[in-house]
Design a protein around this ligand. Structure first.
Ligand SMILES: Cc1cc2nc3c(=O)[nH]c(=O)nc-3n(C[C@H](O)[C@H](O)[C@H](O)COP(=O)(O)OP(=O)(O)OC[C@H]3O[C@@H](n4cnc5c(N)ncnc54)[C@H](O)[C@@H]3O)c2cc1C
Length: 382
């Protein structure tokens, strides 16, 4: 591995582990898991925010620690290792936080980043539409510029967004012009989800967590809510997609589900063939972690990532997460399909629930087919 953590990064990891395993946070973790399968971790995020640990890569003037994306990834890894739901945090601080860091104006940074860093506000992504998921350049939702008023009116229907019910803002992609090519007429806005004209409804999904539909019926937002330049949303989306596709949130699930299976098997005197299977998966997890940190490191150094490298990492991690879960079922048969934990660690959920969640990982943030297309387009040309 040509990537090593520095002494300061290892110390940061130790600090995070100590905080995440305090009685206060672990007690809250158990309570939110008991209360609702579609768990709401915002109280825990606020504790991390109070300690200044929630957005380590943000500049200190915006509530961060002036550290890098590596520390932000360490935090996500350790949240997952400690059983704390990390998905809302990844959306808010890692993906949307980085879009704002890279593409917003100074006054927008001053407005949004401190709220995301202290855990008081969270945000979700509103890109997909009923007819447009893989091909975002064809989006039909529309924002009209009310030039004299300094506002835009947004109309549209967004689907399959995650964590919308506990988000304060939605980063929405909409069309602002039909005159230019379909790639050039898009813009991004941070829409307060409590605005008049926003209707959020649940879309039940296969997994424990629901997805959401958001209808925007003439939602009026201020000009200052636009992130990046008008009609230049495509370049902002592309930067954001690289952060969405580091593979990190897919790798941490694969690792969590591996740990779930591993502890169960090791406590039951595994056969030699089981040990071989587990070793093979562990090697693949190491490879996935390496790929993930390679992408994050590149993003850190250059502020951008080779699209094909992030596609490789996302594809590998999401397919591996499925492989881990299928292997768990092969090893335990019917027992793994039972809804209770049945000897599996309470910390990492149930294998039955993982079975229903895993396939979605090969669709969200770009399907496996789209990742393969990107890789073949950018890597396999002569
Ligand atoms: C768990 C989960 C969470 C999600 N979270 C969010 C979210 O927070 N915000 C959000 O905006 N969206 C979210 N999505 C939506 C997700 O981004 C889309 O489902 C995804 O981009 C695919 O789009 P689609 O569903 O419209 O399928 P389509 O684009 O219609 O694709 C259907 C099938 O055709 C294949 N296909 C399409 N085009 C090509 C091509 N050119 N070449 C080869 N094959 C192709 C696809 O791979 C897929 O198998 C989420 C989805 C899931 C499952």
């Amino acid at each position: 591995m040509d990537f090593l953590f520095t002494k300061e990064q290892e110390e940061f990891r130790e600090k995070v582990i100590a905080l995440l395993n305090t009685a206060e946070i672990q007690e809250k973790r158990k309570m939110i898991k008991k209360a609702n399968l579609d768990s709401d971790p915002r109280e825990i995020y606020r504790i991390l925010g109070e300690q200044g640990l929630l957005a380590p890569n943000f500049p200190s003037e915006f509530g961060g620690l002036n550290k890098t994306l590596i520390e932000a990834a360490i935090l996500v890894e350790e949240m997952s290792n400690s059983g704390i739901p990390e998905a809302l945090h990844v959306l808010t601080s890692l993906i949307i936080g980085n879009v704002i860091l890279l593409s917003a104006t100074k006054s927008q940074k001053e407005k949004y980043l401190p709220q995301l860093a202290d855990g008081s506000k969270n945000a979700c992504i509103l890109y997909s539409e009923p007819k447009h998921g893989s091909d975002l350049s064809s989006l039909e939702s529309r924002a009209y510029n009310n030039e004299d008023l300094g506002t835009y009116s947004i109309f549209g229907r967004k689907v399959y967004s995650m964590k919308t019910h506990i988000s304060d803002y939605g980063l929405i992609a909409v069309r602002t012009s039909e005159k230019q090519s379909k790639y050039d007429g898009l813009s991004l806005f941070m829409v307060p989800l409590n605005s008049e004209g926003v209707t959020i409804s649940e879309i039940p999904s296969l997994s424990d967590e629901s997805l959401y539909e958001v209808i925007l019926d003439g939602v009026v937002v201020d000009n200052t809510c636009m992130i990046g330049k008008e009609n230049d949303g495509w370049s902002v989306i592309n930067k954001a997609l690289s952060v969405e596709r580091t593979g990190l949130d897919y790798f941490v699930r694969a690792k969590r589900w591996f740990d779930l299976i591993y502890t169960r098997e090791i406590n039951n005197i595994p056969t030699e063939s089981t040990l071989i299977e587990l070793s093979r998966l562990r090697c693949k997890l190491d490879a996935s972690r390496y790929l993930t940190y390679k992408v994050i490191n590149e993003f850190n150094r250059l502020g951008a990532v080779d699209e094909s490298l992030s596609a490789i990492s996302k594809l590998y991690a999401s397919e591996l997460a499925c492989e881990v879960v299928w292997k768990g079922h092969e090893l335990r048969g019917v027992e793994a399909c039972l809804k209770d934990n049945h000897g599996y660690s309470e910390l990492y959920g149930s294998l039955e629930s993982a079975y229903r969640e895993a396939p979605g990982l090969t669709l969200s943030a770009g399907t496996s087919e789209m990742m393969l297309e990107t890789i073949s387009k950018l890597r396999l040309t002569i």
